[in-house]
Write a protein that binds this ligand. Sequence first.
Ligand SMILES: [Fe+2]
Length: 473
Amino acid sequence: MNAITKIETANPFLSGNYAPVTEEHTAPLIEVSGTIPTDLNGHFLRIGPNPVFVPDEETYHIFDGDGMIHAVQFEEGRATYRNRFVDTEGLRLERAKGTWIWKGMAGMADLVKGVPPPAEGMMKNTANTAMVYHNNTLFALMEAAPPHKMTLPDLGTVGEETFGGKLTHPFTAHPKVDAVTGEMMTFGYSPFPPFLTYSVVSPSGELVHTTPVTMPKGVMMHDCAITENFTVFLDMPITFDFQRAMSGGLMLDWEPENGSRLGVIPRFGKDEDVKWFDVDISMVFHVSNAWEEGDEVVVQASRSLKSDISRATEMAAKHELMSDQLGQLYEWRLNMKTGKATERHLDTQHHCDFPRINDDLAGRKSRYTYAARFDLDHDALFNAELKYDNETGAILVHELGAGRWGGEGVFVKRDGAKAEDDGYVILFVWDENAQRSECLIIDARNFESPPVATIRIPYRVPFGFHAGWAPAA
Ligand SMILES: [Fe+2]
């Protein structure tokens, strides 16, 4: 069951451990090296693209696949694995038709050529990117559409959540939940004005505030940050440009001339309240955390020098993914009084992404950041987990071993935790040598030691996007 089915395609995102799986399983996990902690109770979740119908294997983009969640439920030292598709309307329509309807990223070029979108709508809500747990509810997210409400532990799909029709914009895959107030901050971007819209959802799940935010141009804005009083937007230069597309370029492309800016809005602020800070040209996909210190808003994130995301398939096929496209941990300090921004590298040694913190501290000063380290010699697969210490500057490395590839590791506090890093970092690993998937539980306070548990997953877990955690009911 574990061996990779050979798919006759040169597309790296349909091959090897990126190849999609077709079946859904539920299985108790009995092959464990080490011990599953009894103070770890809840659901480790990892979502990713798992295409059912591929319009064109050559142009398939990793963003296009149907969302599938792989979960490990922990209960008093026992573990159960489940994987389920997010049962989206788009996938249901394609299954009913027996073939693809949407062309995904490649479809944007069609629109430019004047080919109309399918009658079913412009875009499939793939729900493949990330998850958020808010108001005791799990949501599966993709940034161009509303969230999908899911059920636990069975990973059932309830359907799209529009917050009683109040949601008027796409919903980022990376909303931020303030663990202190219970509020959830979110936004959506668009190639058409308003290019950015910002909203706040109350602790009980009511959408209570929405404002458009003026931007010079539509950009791909993948993440945001929050502090106790503010939300931070990332205006980075992956721009939408119809004119560029009409003259043979890409609709969505790297345009450094557009500059890079961070925008700070009070949590319940309006368009005119946003303060923009020019920063060095760069791209940020994922923020680790932000907080306030005196007059400054501090933002930490994985930052790359550029991003040719639209060409990801081509670059991966030619092994051209260079280090300037990959993030390094970085910090900006935005002085709200002077309007000046300062910035610095937090790490020039490693390239990393998927930064995570103890989510109880989202928007508050945090000491520790965890991230997945890229292996530059192996097409940017992840070969280690990192633990950064803001206080000492130390960087701890949990090596995964030769031919063993990780991904986003989520920090989970243990039951009764007494310190910020009193818990576990959990992730899936693909062991290329043994051709098997594993779930690793690393003790965050003994980070470089062997995992406290290595759990064999009896089915293959393909590489995916984001991990998450939902507490036990
Ligand atoms: Fe993301």
